[in-house]
Design a protein around this ligand. Structure first.
Ligand code: SF4
Length: 295
């Protein structure tokens, strides 16, 4: 249950964004480091030459984002649960952010470490059933599922990135997750061509077919994307880049994502959580209801 203070903050934010055109920062991502224990087909983050954040730097960035008005912070990597610095662990940074006054703390993880955190929400990447996921992400499906079932966290969600390998088992995956009580929902993304148009990329026609199927099946499965968000993706008309979202990687600050500044990439962007935010800012009820679950 969200606090009244958080709900009022959200309402005020949306109103000032819409009517006064004030675009203060809303969500901040902290890249704790770019180290990862997996080598997924679609990801080259580990090649980025950026050092780990120190605990002091992470606090400084959290303070600075708070002063700018942001109240939601997420932690990512690489794999954020692997981050440590002079005896500090990710949990210390999560606690610092909460004590600072952030209403929502979120972790994006590959799920291979125990999921033991006081962060409000945890998104775990899984890109298919065992065989498919393990082609894309390495042989980790069983380990991830074990960590999910062992976790006592009450807001676990799956991030599923749709690509040419897993596109035909989306509903089978949804069916499987319906039987996993710890998982509250599945958020669907599309593979974005950050590194060019590779074999994983899906064209607009295929994406539209998939989005139509997701909309049709939304009531049957734990599909987290809202109807409004899926329709915005179907029409590919959500506003981007979304400059109210920031990401800090080492000393660099990006708006929207670490690959911003490429119009063609943005047009083919599969980062559908930004389509959700766009729809919240346009007062779409289904997107607002959804956002209250995980922000
Ligand atoms: S590709 Fe463009 S629209 Fe997508 S997240 Fe990055 S900057 Fe935003």
């Amino acid at each position: 249950m969200k606090s009244t203070k958080y709900l009022l903050f959200g309402l005020k934010y949306v109103l000032t964004y819409r009517f006064l055109k004030e675009k203060t920062p809303l969500i901040c991502g902290l890249v704790m480091h770019n180290k990862c224990n997996l080598s997924c087909l679609h990801c080259r983050i580990t090649e980025r030459p950026v050092d780990s954040l120190s605990y002091e730097e992470s606090k400084r960035l959290i303070d600075s984002f708070y002063s700018d008005g942001g109240r939601t912070v997420y932690f990512e990597g690489g794999e954020p649960f692997l981050w440590h610095y002079n005896g500090y662990q990710l949990e210390d940074v999560v606690i610092y952010a909460r004590n600072k006054g952030f209403y929502s703390t979120i972790i994006y993880t590959n799920g291979t470490c125990p999921i033991d955190t006081s962060a409000d929400t945890v998104f775990i990447s899984l890109d298919g059933l065992r065989k498919t996921n393990d082609v894309i992400r390495g042989r980790v499906f069983d380990k991830i599922m074990n960590n999910i079932t062992m976790s006592k966290h009450r807001a676990l969600y799956i991030n599923f990135t749709i690509n040419s390998y897993n596109k035909d088992e989306i509903l089978d995956f949804c069916d499987f997750i319906n039987g996993v009580k710890q998982i509250k929902g599945i958020f669907f993304y599309f593979h974005s061509p950050y590194y060019g148009y590779d074999d994983l990329f899906l064209d607009d026609i295929k994406k539209r077919e998939i989005l139509t199927r997701l909309i049709e099946n939304k009531g049957k499965y734990k599909i987290l994307n809202s109807r409004a968000g899926l329709k915005a993706a179907l029409n590919n008309n959500w506003e981007r880049p979304l400059k109210i979202c920031r990401i800090y990687e080492g000393r660099r600050k990006y708006e929207c994502c670490r690959f911003s500044g490429n119009v063609n990439l943005c047009r083919n962007c599969g980062y559908l959580s930004y389509a959700e935010i766009d729809q919240v800012l346009k007062f779409k009820p289904s997107a607002i209801r959804n956002a209250l679950k995980y922000f």
